[in-house]
Design a protein around this ligand. Structure first.
Ligand code: AMP
Ligand code: MG
Length: 338
């Protein structure tokens, strides 16, 4: 498969074109409020196989299935616990994925061989319009090559997918900038498998028992059985070697100043800069801004030819947990305590 990848605008005509491509078993890049997705008919095994090929994604890493109305949930899941319905009412449409028992209509290739399926109802108007025009739920993982930072604008998708898919809908820059919060249910508890814009604190409004899977903060041992298969793979990595420096901004500056500066680029917060003469990217003051900017900054570090990226350590709470979770994987768990 080799395509002349077309970038479409987000007009109704373009969305209908993209929907025709999806109905004919093709894969289309689509904007969502989290990151860009690579969308195909979730029921069509051959179309879903094309997603795995385009991304070079391991077959056991499941795809999230996107729906546009609550009624569709029973076509994708076989059982919907009361707590899942409460979460759907509280956070859908929005950046929350719920792992539920799979409806037999969803082929195993979509669920990465699991008997469960991740389901999300996005809020992005273009994503919703595309699901509706396609008339089927859309399987859509992030639209990057497996292992590289997720795409937060159409240009990122084009960089990774040019020639691999027929079209990308350009819906501008993604609001959240990090992928959805993924949760599963354990009796009356919600367990976070991947943190995102919907935080533990927000989920606590639906149930008092919110747990965080240990794979969120810690490295998964090789060969270990994991609740969320995506967690065991190398992730979000730019070509540069990323290292988190955990300490105050002063300690950060001092560390950078007293170590080899060749090929170094820094990711800093708020009004900060790096040491004298060291290039830096400011990813924002708040966790929300940092989430929005992180993947773009990691891609920019590569474009600027950095060989080492020193990053300030994000906060562990609220949306900061999502930033930390992505950054620590980009850093292959290299953290230096200052
Ligand atoms: P991506 O769409 O590329 O952000 O990846 C989706 C992630 O959601 C995967 O890496 C999985 O870890 C998680 N996920 C999707 N479906 C399931 C499922 N059935 N069970 C557990 N985790 C899932
Ligand atoms: Mg991904």
């Amino acid at each position: 498969m080799s395509f002349q990848t077309e970038i479409l605008n987000d007009s109704e005509v373009s969305i209908n074109r993209a929907a025709e491509l999806i109905k004919s078993g093709e894969v289309v890049g689509m904007p969502t409020e989290t990151v860009y997705g690579l969308a195909a008919d979730a029921y069509n095994e051959e179309a879903v196989a094309k997603i795995f090929r385009a991304k070079e994604r391991p077959a056991d890493n499941p795809l999230i299935v996107h729906i546009s109305s609550l009624a569709e949930i029973s076509e994708v899941a076989s059982e919907i616990p009361a707590l899942a319905l409460s979460c759907a009412k509280a956070f859908w449409p929005g950046p929350l994925t719920m792992v539920l028992p799979k409806n037999p209509r969803i082929p195993l290739i979509t669920s990465g061989g699991l008997d469960t399926v991740g389901i999300r109802m996005p809020s992005h108007p273009t994503a919703r319009a595309l699901i509706q025009a396609s008339g089927v739920p859309l399987a859509a993982p992030s639209a990057n090559l497996s292992g590289s930072p997720s795409p937060t604008c159409a240009a990122h998708v084009f960089k990774d997918m040019n020639g691999r898919i027929p079209a990308i809908i350009d819906g501008g820059s993604c609001e959240a900038g990090v992928e959805s919060t993924v949760i599963c249910f354990e009796q009356n508890a919600v367990k976070i498998l991947r943190p995102g814009r919907i935080t533990a604190q927000m989920l606590a409004a639906v149930t008092p028992d919110v747990r965080i899977d240990k794979g969120v903060l810690h490295e998964v041992e090789s060969g270990a059985k994991v609740a969320s298969p995506g967690m065991k793979y190398k992730h979000y990595s730019p070509k540069a070697n990323v290292v988190i420096l955990d300490g105050s901004s002063t300690a950060f500056r001092e560390y950078v100043d007293t170590h080899d500066k060749s090929g170094v680029l820094c990711l800093v917060f708020g009004e900060e800069d790096a040491a004298d003469d060291v290039p830096y990217i400011n990813i924002g003051a708040t966790s929300e801004e940092q989430a929005h900017n992180l993947f773009d900054a990691l891609r920019e570090a590569d474009e600027r030819g950095a060989s080492t990226v020193y990053a300030r350590c994000p906060k562990f709470d609220g949306v900061g947990l999502a930033v930390y979770n992505r950054l620590i994987r980009a850093a292959a768990f290299q953290v230096i305590k200052l």
